[in-house]
Design a protein. Structure first.
Length: 363
C-alpha cells in the first residue's frame, strides 16, 4: 500500500461541517443522557469540574470540561474510592461503601460513553458534507487518511461522488482511498463470533483466524480479538437499526459502537482490527513524502499516537519532505508536532473551511 501523501485528521477537521469538539461534547452528552436528572451524578460531575479548575489554576468562568478530560480524571476519582475501601470497616457490598461509590462512577461513565454514539450520530446527520467534499475531491486513490474522528463524513463525501474507499481491513481489496479509523468509527459494531453471522446490510471488516481455536472448535478461546468480529453498517438505515436494537434490548450478542473509548488510555486491544489499522498507518508514515495534519492537536489524550508516531518517524532514513499543519492554532501546535515529525514544518493558521485544498496540494 504505497502512498505519496498521508493526512492526519482530528476534530478540527470535522468541525467545519458542524461536528462538535471535545469541549462541546461534554454538555451535549450530559444533556442527552438519561442521567441528566440524576442528582447524585450531577453533583459528582459538578464537584469534579470544581476540583479540575482548582488543580489547573483555570478561570471557572472560561473553563470548559473536555469529554476526554472528564473520563480521564473520573478514572482517577474512581480509583481513589476503590482505594478508600481499604479503610472501610465493612465489606464492599455492605451499603454505602467507598467501593459502591466507585461502582456508581463507573456506571455513569458507561452511560455517557454510550451516549457519545448518539450525540455524534445525531450531529453527523445534520453535518454539511459539501464542505468535506471540497477536501475529498482533491484526493487520489493512493492517499492514506489517518482519522482520529469517530464520524464518517469523509466516507460519506467520497461515496456521494461515486469514489471508492476502504478502511484498510478486509475491505482493502476494493481499492480507492484508504481511511484508517485510528480510534474506531460510529458505524462499527462488534458481533460475537458465530457461524450464522450473515448480515445483509453490514460488511465484515475483521475476523481473526486462530490456528488452535479453529482446529479444536470445542475449545474456542474467549479472547476479544477472536471471540468478536468487527462489522461496518453499509448505510444510514443500518446504523439506525443498531440504535433500535440496543434500545429494544435485542442486542444481547451485539456490542456497539466500535469505539476505542475516552480518556488518556484507550484499550485498543479490545477493538478487533485495531492492530491492522495502526500498523498500516505506521507503514504509511514510514514511506510518505508529504504529510498534512488537519485539526489534530497532539493533545495529552493522543499520547499513544504521539509516542508511536515519533518512533516510526525517527526510524526513517529520511524525514518527510513536507509536513503541513493546518489549524487556527498552527503556531502553538508547531512545537509538539515538531517533536514527532521534525522541524521542517509549513504552518497554515486557517480553519479547515478556509483552505483552498487544490492550491494547497499543488493542483
Amino acid at each position: 500500500m504505497k502512498s505519496k501523501r498521508a493526512f492526519i485528521l482530528g476534530a478540527g477537521f470535522s468541525k467545519q461541517a458542524g461536528m462538535p469538539l471535545a469541549t462541546e461534547l461534554t454538555s451535549l452528552i450530559l444533556e442527552d443522557t438519561e442521567l441528566k436528572d440524576h442528582e447524585e451524578m450531577q453533583a459528582w460531575q459538578a464537584d469534579l469540574k470544581r476540583r479540575l479548575v482548582a488543580a489547573e489554576g483555570a478561570d471557572p468562568n472560561d473553563f470548559r470540561l473536555n469529554i476526554e478530560q472528564l473520563f480521564d480524571f473520573a478514572k482517577y476519582d474512581e480509583e481513589l474510592w476503590r482505594m478508600k475501601q481499604q479503610l472501610s470497616p465493612v465489606g464492599r457490598e455492605y451499603g454505602d461503601t467507598p467501593w459502591n461509590t466507585a461502582e456508581g462512577i463507573s456506571t455513569w461513565l458507561d452511560y455517557m460513553a454510550k451516549e457519545l454514539y448518539h450525540v455524534i450520530w445525531d450531529a453527523q446527520k445534520q453535518a454539511n458534507v459539501e464542505l468535506i467534499k471540497r477536501f475529498t475531491d482533491q484526493l487520489s486513490d493512493d492517499d492514506r487518511i489517518l482519522s482520529f474522528n469517530y464520524d464518517t463524513l469523509v466516507e460519506t463525501a467520497l461515496s456521494a461522488t461515486g469514489r471508492k474507499w476502504n478502511h484498510g481491513l478486509n475491505d482493502h481489496e476494493k481499492g480507492g482511498v484508504t481511511i484508517l479509523k485510528m480510534h474506531g468509527s460510529v458505524d462499527w459494531i462488534l458481533l460475537e463470533r458465530r457461524p450464522e453471522n450473515q448480515l445483509e446490510n453490514f460488511v465484515k471488516l475483521f475476523s481473526k483466524t486462530d490456528t488452535n481455536g479453529d482446529a479444536h472448535k470445542h475449545q474456542m478461546p474467549q479472547e476479544d480479538e477472536y471471540a468478536w468480529e468487527l462489522w461496518r453498517a453499509k448505510d444510514t438505515c443500518a446504523c439506525n437499526a443498531i440504535i433500535e436494537w440496543d434500545k429494544s434490548g435485542l442486542s444481547n450478542f451485539r456490542y456497539f459502537p466500535g469505539l476505542a473509548g475516552l480518556g488518556r488510555y484507550k484499550p485498543l486491544h479490545a477493538l478487533p482490527g485495531s492492530a491492522q489499522t495502526w500498523f498500516t498507518a505506521f507503514q504509511a508514515l514510514r514511506s510518505v513524502e508529504e504529510m498534512y495534519i488537519v485539526g489534530f492537536s497532539m493533545s495529552p489524550y493522543d499520547t499513544m499516537a504521539r509516542f508511536h508516531f515519533t518512533s516510526v518517524i525517527q526510524g526513517r532514513l529520511n524525514p518527510p519532505s513536507k509536513v503541513v499543519i493546518i489549524d487556527p492554532n498552527a503556531l502553538r501546535l508547531a512545537q509538539p508536532i515538531s517533536v514527532v515529525f521534525g522541524r521542517n514544518l509549513t504552518l497554515m493558521a486557517h480553519k479547515a473551511e478556509e483552505v483552498d485544498w487544490q492550491r494547497t496540494f499543488g493542483g
